[in-house]
Design a protein around this ligand. Structure first.
Ligand SMILES: [Zn+2]
Ligand SMILES: [Zn+2]
Length: 265
């Protein structure tokens, strides 16, 4: 399996996951051109994609969906609430109804030789979810836009081989930063985004000997930066109640505007 961030951050998200024969995207929150360029780095053409999974209808996850899916006719998978949100989003243009496929949290389905398991997340959208994706005994997950996490989340992220995990903001940068008060409350609320500290604690809870890498993603442009997210998560892992140290796992930080290293497991 391979996992790669084509773009990740509050300004736009698009993640590739796939096996040798099945290629999918999680979210299309960047332009068609940037999606195509990202896929090109992976040696994949748009018409080779078997599906697009959408986590939720916020624009940083669907901005490029209309243009991209119309060009290639790629099936779109989302929860009923997310698909409703997409249909109501006028800026996407007319979406051919035949492309939409309803999925439900905690109901697994298959795309080619990939097993997909959507799981509920706490975020201020209609019916948001994260995805666990499996192939040949390996598993990766995309878990961003989490206001909080609990035992349910940890259960869904057990025994992974790799993960793209949200490390959205530094709590202190958010506090003293430029966001208006209501937006600060939204970001740090139970249906907002995961801070670096909480991201590190969640990672700590799901660490096991076979978790090979974690790509930290969905970083806020105003309230975080790569080195801080990296160091904070690493520290939380070292301080956490488990036998692991921060150096035991390969940590990467996904860039907002660059394709990440392609992680193979
Ligand atoms: Zn969102
Ligand atoms: Zn988002």
């Amino acid at each position: 399996m391979r996992l790669c961030s084509i773009a990740s951050g509050s300004s736009g998200n698009c993640i590739y996951a796939g096996s040798d024969s099945t290629h999918i995207l999680v979210d299309t929150g960047i332009s068609r051109k940037r999606i195509e360029e990202g896929l090109c780095t992976l040696g994949i053409k748009g018409d080779e994609l078997a599906g697009i999974l959408i986590t939720h209808e916020h624009s940083d996850h669907i901005q490029g969906l209309g243009v991209f899916s119309r060009k290639y006719g790629i099936p779109i998978f989302g929860t009923p609430g997310t698909l409703q949100g997409i249909r109501q989003c006028r800026s996407l243009g007319v979406m051919p109804d035949g492309l939409f496929h309803e999925i439900h949290v905690d109901e697994s389905f298959e795309i080619g030789d990939l097993g997909v398991h959507p799981f509920k997340i706490s975020h201020d959208a209609n019916e948001p979810c994260g995805f666990r994706i499996e192939n040949g005994g390996k598993a990766v997950a995309v878990a961003t836009d989490l206001g909080i996490y609990d035992d349910y989340t940890v259960d869904r992220l057990r025994n992974l081989d790799g993960i793209l995990l949200e490390a959205n903001h530094d709590i202190h940068m958010l506090e003293v930063g430029p966001y208006p008060y209501p937006l600060k409350q939204r970001v740090r609320g139970d249906r907002g985004h995961l801070s670096n500290e909480l991201s590190g604690r969640l990672l700590c809870d799901i660490l096991h000997d076979n978790l090979q890498f974690a790509i930290l993603g969905h970083l806020s442009k105003e309230n975080n930066y790569a080195e801080l997210a990296y160091e904070t998560v690493k520290l939380e892992v070292s301080l956490g109640d488990n036998p692991y140290k921060g150096d035991d796992i390969r940590l990467l930080v996904a860039k907002r505007d660059q394709v990440s290293e392609i992680m193979s497991i």
